[in-house]
Design a protein around this ligand. Structure first.
Ligand code: 0X9
Ligand code: ZN
Ligand code: ZN
Length: 429
């Protein structure tokens, strides 16, 4: 490693000053994790033995990465060097695979190119980095000072502020809290959250005015700030936080397994620091998650509805994540509310289909998630919302889909809030 740095320095030195600037550019590019010829496969199976056989592969972190997991299919990213191993295991498991993405790096390159081409102004035709999102947030706060207020959830491991915006047009509104981009690579979530904020403040549509003015909104566009910066600068597919481990060279914790709610129960998270769903050494080990629990905890009496924005799969997931054996006492209501969202989205011309159930029921056991914690703290309507798509572009959803996705989410949330009101969940606590 040191040797490489030395070589680079010497090379830079040998060139003129002008050339060394270009050299730096190349060097930066080279430092990024690349996914040349990494492919993503969709694998269908019909029994748990097959599933177990295939999931064995995921323990080999360098070669395989689990992108999606459900009772009927898994999506697996496979390194080009592990292709024959993958094929052997497919045969052994008697399962079939369909290729979703032939070369993940191509998709990342297209996205990087689109981001570089764009103008300097903020918008939703490309993805923005954290500095751009924060500058935009400052603009918004300055443009709408009477109805907005910035807040800071706390500090990240690397010392960044985790920022949020409260939108309130009047006193005594029921509250809705939106957490977004807890998973670093799920860029569509912060793009959607910022579009949503903009709509609440600037739309003249009656339904949106009602949504904006008769509810208090607490929105955190990027919760996992360190991870998000890392996805922009080093590794587009990073998911976790950036706090090093004291027992492993693997960095980071799955922040959505780190809340103190049935933590590490029923195989709903991993104790392997190299795993994508590593729960951390103990609940709230991650400063971002501890801060979030304290912030949300301090206003929970004002919050009626909690939504965590994720991608991908097009799902609304209610508690619980740690067990499919038991359901919350108002599960039926939560399914009615989820149905309202899914029906509203399904009726749009895009025809996007959302499914819904409890997380453990429809997806897989996942313990220690934010929405389960929010529910445990008395926020009676609480979901994880998994946005587009279903694996075609997965985490690297092209920017052309930002606005369609965001429009769906807005229409969905209007219907969701309306149903909550009908069922009596928006009464002041
Ligand atoms: O695994 C997760 O954290 C979420 N899916 S994702 O692909 N975005 O990583 C699902 C979280 C499910 N929610 C609960 N367990 N309550
Ligand atoms: Zn428990
Ligand atoms: Zn996620």
């Amino acid at each position: 490693m040191q040797f490489c740095v030395l070589i680079t320095l010497l090379t830079c030195f040998a060139f003129s000053r002008g050339a060394s600037v270009a050299q730096e550019g190349i060097e930066k590019q080279d430092e990024r994790v690349r996914y040349d010829n990494y492919a993503v496969y969709k694998i269908n199976y019909d029994n748990s033995i097959q599933r177990q056989l295939l999931l064995q592969l995921v323990k080999r972190h360098e070669s395989f990465s689990l992108w999606h997991d459900s009772p009927t299919e898994i999506h697996l990213m496979v390194s080009p060097l592990a292709l024959s191993e993958f094929e052997r295991n497919l045969i052994r498991a008697n399962a079939t695979a369909e290729i979703f993405l032939a070369n993940v790096q191509n998709l990342i390159d297209n996205e990087t190119e689109a981001n570089a081409k764009a103008t300097s102004s903020f918008g939703w035709t490309r993805y923005h980095n954290l500095a751009e999102i924060e500058a935009w947030l400052d603009d918004i706060l300055a443009t709408y000072p009477d109805v907005t207020e910035g807040f800071v959830v706390g500090k990240s491991y690397e010392g960044r502020n985790i920022r949020g915006i409260k939108i309130s047009y009047k006193a005594d509104n029921p509250g809705v809290f939106i957490e977004s981009n807890i998973h670093a690579r799920e860029w569509i979530t912060s793009a959607t959250a910022t579009w949503f904020i903009n709509e609440l403040l600037s739309s003249t549509d009656d339904l949106i005015r009602d949504l904006a003015e008769n509810h208090d909104w607490y929105i955190v566009p990027v919760l996992n700030v360190d991870g998000f910066v890392y996805t922009h600068e080093k590794d587009r597919l990073w998911r976790k936080t950036r706090q090093p481990s004291s027992i492993s060279s693997c960095v980071g914790v799955d922040p959505n397994r780190n809340y103190d709610v049935h933590w590490m129960e029923n195989g709903g998270a991993s104790d392997d620091p190299c795993a994508l769903d590593y729960a951390g050494p103990h609940p709230f080990s991650e400063p971002e998650i501890k801060a979030m629990s304290e912030y949300l905890g301090s206003i929970k009496d004002k919050v009626n509805v909690f939504l965590a924005f994720h991608s991908y799969a097009q799902l609304l997931l209610s508690p619980y994540g740690h067990t499919a054996e038991k359901f919350p006492d108002n599960f039926d209501d939560m399914m009615k509310v989820a149905k309202a969202y899914a029906d509203a989205v399904g009726a749009m011309p895009y025809g996007t289909i959302y499914n819904y159930s409890s997380a453990a029921d429809i997806l897989y056991p996942a313990s220690g998630a934010t929405n389960d914690w929010a529910y445990q703290e008395g926020i009676r309507i609480s979901y994880t919302v998994e946005f587009r798509d279903r694996g075609r572009f997965a985490f690297v959803l092209p920017p052309a889909f930002i606005i369609p996705n965001a429009e769906e989410v807005l229409i969905g949330i209007i219907a969701l809030i309306d149903e909550c009101k009908k069922l009596g969940y928006l009464n002041l606590k």
